[in-house]
Each structure stands twice: as C-alpha cells, then as structure tokens.
Design a protein around this ligand. Structure first.
Ligand SMILES: Nc1ncnc2c1ncn2[C@@H]1O[C@H](COP(=O)(O)OP(=O)(O)OP(=O)(O)O)[C@@H](O)[C@H]1O
Ligand SMILES: [Mg+2]
Length: 361
C-alpha cells in the first residue's frame, strides 16, 4: 500500500511539470535517454518525452517517408546535408521531416508508415520504415531494461482490424534496442497527463490524425477503452472529396486558421465545419453506445471530467461543439465538464512518461 501511495505521488508530481517541446531538427542525432521514456507512436507524429528536472522535454518527428531512386551522387548530397535515410531495393528511403521537404519539392505527398492508427498494410516496407523513424529519435538504451511506455490505440470499433500485430511489432523493436517496453492505452495516457487532480478518474480522449482514442478511467485503472478509426486525416479527405481539392491542401487550410465558432466564409470552411461536427457526433455516439453496452461502468457518485487532446482538437470551437453535442445525449455516467488538455499535441507522450516514471518505482 505504501508503495502504491508513493507511485501515485510520483505520478502526480510528474504530471504537473511543464512540457518543453520541439521538433526534431534535420541532421540532429537520436538521443540516448537517461531514465524512463514516454513514446507516442501516432499516425502523423512520433513524440518522445523525457523527464528533465523541473520540466518534461518532448521531441517530435514526422511519421512519414519519401523514396527516391538510388544513386551514388545523390547519396553524397544527402549525407552532406545530414538527411536521415536508408537504402533498400535500389531506393533511398528519406525519413521524417526531411521527407516532407522532398515531397513538397516534387509537389506530391509523403508516404505514411501508419494508417488509421495502425501499421499500414498498403506499404510493403512500413515496419522497416517505422522502426527507422523511431531510431531517428531514440538510440539503444544506456542501461539494459530501461523502461519505455509507448502509446497503443484501443481496439477499433466497427472494424476488423486488431491492435495485437501493431503492438507486437513495436514491442519487438523497442526490446531489440535494450528497453523494457510497456504499452499504455492512448486514452489512459491522456488521463495520466491531465487528471492528476481528479484522482485519475474521468474520460480521456485523444483526437489525432488517424483515429480518436477514448478511455474511461477509474483511479487510473482503464475501465473502458476503444478507438474510432477516424480523425484529422478523415476530415481532410472527406472535405477534399466534397470540394474537389487535394487532401493536403485542405490540411494546410485547416491547420492555419480554422475557427469553428464563427460562420464559415467559403465552401472549404463550410465542409470543414460539417465534417468536424460529423466526427464529434460519431465519437459521442460511440461513447454512449460502448458505455450503455458495458456492465463495467463504475457507480461513481460524482460527475467526472472529460479531457480533449490531440492535434484535431486545436481549432477554436472544438470544445464548445463537443460540449453541445454531449448535452444532447443521455450518458450512463454524468460528466462534469469538457476540458482542453494543456498541450494537446504532447499530451499522449507526457502521459506515457508519467506512467513510465511510476513503473520504475
Ligand atoms: N492547428 C491545427 N488545427 C487543426 N488540426 C490540426 C492542427 N494541428 C494539427 N492538426 C491535426 O492533428 C492531426 C495530428 O494530430 P496528432 O499528432 O495528435 O495525431 P497522431 O497522434 O499522430 O495520430 P493518431 O493518434 O490518430 O494515430 C492531423 O490530422 C493534423 O492535421
Ligand atoms: Mg495520437
């Protein structure tokens, strides 16, 4: 019991630290972390979090790649410019943020190792490339058995995909680097990061690029978890199809200055409003359905908070739409408020690190 109390104290302390975040720079070496690590392996980004005294430091890499034909000359140029890449099947695989620069130059899209939250079945080399992208952030463990907590989606609703394969592949890779990998549900990571003052009780939601993840946690125990294989990418492609523009162009507009509180000013904004509403409605509908169908909803006397995180919650108005939609349905559990995570793009990595720290106690 004393141990448990100490663990909780450590988790609370860690979750209250300030996050200092940055993007991985091109040519910058991977780090060899000291102490426990949190790793958020997302469809769009991979984020590594480490404990650094008063702060939590996060480094982010783009989970994308781009291939170009192999040539001795190009190899030299890539090396001189410190571009991360590897060679396979007569091709150069360019990794992370570097890949984005290449794709822009060729006026096309980067390729992804993951799709809708899980390893992509459409890319032959998705495993090798994902491993290589992870390796741009993190080197072999300094100490064998160092703990890494990495985020895992909940089982997808309404699909035939499972997270087992994805989880095993990542575990194998992290073990081969000398770490002791522990999977943490992405929704629970949100709870660990944001709900310390609520006894780690409430609903954590991450709305990312490939999916939305939900966890109802009671005293840090995941009671209900699930994922929806729809997220920011879904919005981009559906809006794109509706207005006849490429999804990447929509993504740029969406990330630049979307305000969901105002009246849409044009066709693209109208479509963005429509698909944001659609995504939030399906998320709430699924939450209601899963909770109603479960005999595990705890009898909590007090209403619990709900926290929103992930890149897709960033535009103004997401919280308000969520709250309005939530009020229009009857939930088996009373929700006290809808809160925004303090740093939505780093919440999962931070929560995974909080978990990693408490696992070392
Ligand atoms: N300012 C912004 N406005 C709107 N959307 C944004 C903004 N910034 C990022 N996004 C969207 O957030 C998504 C990426 O979020 P995030 O990094 O949390 O996802 P992920 O963790 O990589 O993916 P997942 O958890 O779904 O596997 C993308 O769809 C991106 O377009
Ligand atoms: Mg995510």
């Amino acid at each position: 019991m004393a141990d448990e109390m100490e663990k909780i104290g450590t988790a609370i302390e860690a979750s209250q630290k300030t996050v200092v975040s940055r993007e991985k720079e091109i040519g910058e070496d991977a780090e060899q972390p000291t102490g426990p690590v949190g790793l958020d392996i997302g469809t769009s980004h991979i984020v590594m979090a480490q404990n650094r005294g008063k702060n939590i430091q996060t480094v982010k890499q783009l989970n994308a790649f781009f291939t170009i034909p192999r040539s001795q000359f190009t190899k030299k140029i890539l090396e001189e410019n410190s571009v991360s890449f590897f060679e396979k099947n007569e091709q150069f695989y360019i990794l992370g943020y570097s890949a984005e620069n290449f794709a822009n130059m060729f006026n096309t899209n980067t390729r992804r190792t993951m799709e809708r939250g899980l390893l992509s079945a459409r890319e032959d080399e998705s495993i090798t490339v994902l491993q290589a992208i992870i390796d741009t952030l993190i080197k072999k463990a300094r100490k064998n058995g160092e703990i890494i907590c990495f985020s895992m989606p909940g089982e997808p609703r309404g699909g035939n995909q499972s997270v087992i394969y994805h989880e095993s592949i990542i575990k194998m890779h992290l073990s081969s680097l000398g770490y002791k990998p522990i999977a943490i549900n992405e929704g629970l990571a949100v709870v660990m990061s944001e709900l310390a003052n609520d006894n780690f009780t409430g609903i954590g939601i991450s709305m990312g690029g490939g999916m939305c993840n939900v966890c109802l946690s009671y005293l840090s125990v995941p009671v209900i978890t699930f994922s929806l294989q729809k997220g920011g990418d879904f919005i981009d492609s559906m809006v794109g199809v509706s207005v006849g523009e490429p999804a990447t162009k929509i993504k740029t507009i969406k990330e630049k200055d979307l305000n969901l509180t105002g009246t849409p000013r044009n066709r693209v904004e109208t479509a963005l409003h429509i698909y944001y509403n659609d995504l939030i409605q399906s998320l709430i509908h699924n939450l209601q359905e899963v909770m109603q169908g479960s005999d595990r909803v705890p009898k909590i006397s007090q209403p619990v908070p709900l926290v929103l995180s992930g890149g897709t919650v960033v535009p103004r108005g997401v919280r308000e739409i969520f709250e309005k939609e939530l009020r229009s349905v009857k939930m088996p559990l009373d929700i006290s408020e809808v809160r925004m995570a303090s740093d939505p793009l780093n919440t999962t990595a931070k929560g995974a690190m909080v978990m990693a720290i408490s696992e070392t106690m």
